[in-house]
Structure formats: structure tokens, C-alpha cells
Write a protein that binds this ligand. Sequence first.
Ligand code: HXC
Length: 292
Amino acid sequence: MMYQKPMLKEGSLKDQVIVVTGGGSGLGKAMSTYFLELGAHVVITSRNFEKLERAKIELEQKTGGKVLPVQCDVRNYAEVEAVLAATLKEFGKVDGLLNNAAGNFISPTERLSANAFDTVIDIVLKGSKNCTLAFGKHWIDYKQPKSTILNIVTTYAWTGSAYVVPSATAKAGVLAMTRSLAVEWAKYGIRTNAIAPGPFPTEGAWDRLLPGDLKDKFDMKNKVPVGRVGEHQELANLAAYLMSDFSAYINGEVITIDGGEWLKGAGEFNMLEDVPKEMWDMLEAMIRSKKK
Ligand code: HXC
């Protein structure tokens, strides 16, 4: 399938230095892999340094690129500043920030402790804010001609979603930050965009979000009009495009990549999808007869 293939031409991110939070696993690792294949140097961060070291070896062997693993809890501003310092020490510059690190779990909201709610808000919203602020200040101070911030939000950032309320609340904040800074920081050459992915199964997050047989009970592909879940490469293609100069005129945009999933949930009469053709014949006859 075409969408499983790399999209951009070779060298599209040549010598770009890109920091990917949560880059040691899941979708962050998939996007990092493609950035490396396109010629970028990538800094991957996570709280788990062993995971990062394993990812570094795997990614370097697979792509021939250069990966710098830096342990960081994005909730801690000093640790984020240390990532920036380590990046500049290793590569002398930084061109892109991908705010990908996230935390989430499903739960009825009334079952959450205040600390549980804070934990998700802190990772998602405060973490994205910490990274954005540290890297943005650097780019502005150093008068770097151009740089890019790419935020990973969700399709429920604008609709909200039951049972993931801390995540929905935090992602809505990240969305507002994306659009606000796209205007405010464009004069400094900083483009700010976001991607809202629908279901893209990963081993870690997916198993935590839908544990046990919930995965089979709520088969995500049934919610998607195109009839399948996302492939990591198609998300990586979009992320690489938004990181690259090919998207230089795109600023403040949130691109949804979900096969139409959230709109299927939104349209008032979308449930009519289940009506078979014969019933449509009958319904049409009934509606027309009413008109007469
Ligand atoms: C209720 C819970 C809980 C649960 C943790 N807590 N899990 N409460 N239900 N399932 C509570 C704890 O009891 C504690 O509160 C507080 O949350 C903090 O928990 P810790 O384990 O100390 O926090 P921490 O180690 O920082 O773990 C963070 C985490 C974890 C978010 C809880 O799940 C995590 O790190 N996940 C990995 C990242 C991840 O899931 N990424 C994928 C995001 S996907 P108390 O009061 O007891 O101290 C995404 C998009 C989804 O966001 C889109 C789908 C289409």
C-alpha cells in the first residue's frame, strides 16, 4: 500500500536537529525513525534511560543516523533545559521540537485522585509548555532564522471525551497554545503546528488504554469510516512534512489523521450508515408518500 511507504524525497531533513519527547517508544520512535531516514539528527527523551539507550542502538543501526538519548521528565523545567543544553553541546544547534510525550489512562473522572488528574495534565500540558518555552526562548535569543514546533494532540482536543478527561483537558490546552504561538512567534521564524491522530495502535499506550479484552470488545477500526486503524509510517510521513521546509507556509494548523473517525461520531445522522439498501428503498417510499 502506498500509505505504508516513505513519502518525502531523500535528504528532506538533511542536517536538521530535531528533539522528540517520548521518542524512545511507540509513535515517537516511529516518527524519529523517519526523521533519521530523511537525514536528520534526532534527540530522543524519556523518563526511562534504558529504554532510550536500546532505542538509540536500534534506530542508528536501522537508519545510519545519529541519535542522542537524554533522560528527561518533561514535567521538570530544569530537566527540559538540560535537554536543550545537551542538544546544543552535541550538535551545535536545534531546528525542531516534537512535543510527543504524553500520559493517559481511561477512568471515570470521579474515581481519579487530584494527583492522578494532575499527573496527566502535568505530562501533557505542562510538559509541552516546558519544552515549548525553553526551546522558543533559545530560538528567539539566538535569532535563529527558522525553527519548528510540532505538537501531538488528539481528535478529542476540540470535542472533549468522556473517560479521558485529564487528557482531553490538557490536549485542548496544547491546541490553544499551538494556535496562539503560531501567530505570536511567527515573527521569530518559529512555525507552530499540530497533528491530531486517531487510532494508531502501539504496544505500550494501546495496551494501557484498552487493557485485557477491551481491545476486542471496542475494536477501534469499526469506528473509522475508512475501515482500518492508522499505519505508523503515514503518521511519520505527515510529521516529517510538517517538520520540513516543504510545509513552510503552514503555520497554526492542526491536521487530523484519523480516517474520518471523529466526524463519524459527530454527524447527527451518521448512525444511518447501518441501514441496508433494501431498507433505504422502503424508507424512500415512506418519505415520498408522506410528502403527497
Ligand atoms: C486511576 C491512576 C491510574 C488509573 C495511575 N493513577 N494510573 N488513577 N486509574 N489507571 C494515579 C495514581 O494512583 C497516582 O495517584 C497518580 O495517578 C500518578 O500515578 P503514578 O503511577 O505515580 O504516575 P506516573 O508514574 O507519572 O505515571 C504516569 C501515567 C502512566 C500517565 C499514570 O500511565 C504513564 O506513564 N503512561 C505512559 C505514557 C502513555 O500512556 N502515553 C500514551 C498516551 S496516548 P495517587 O493519588 O494514588 O498518588 C494519548 C492519546 C490517546 O494520550 C488517543 C487515542 C486515540
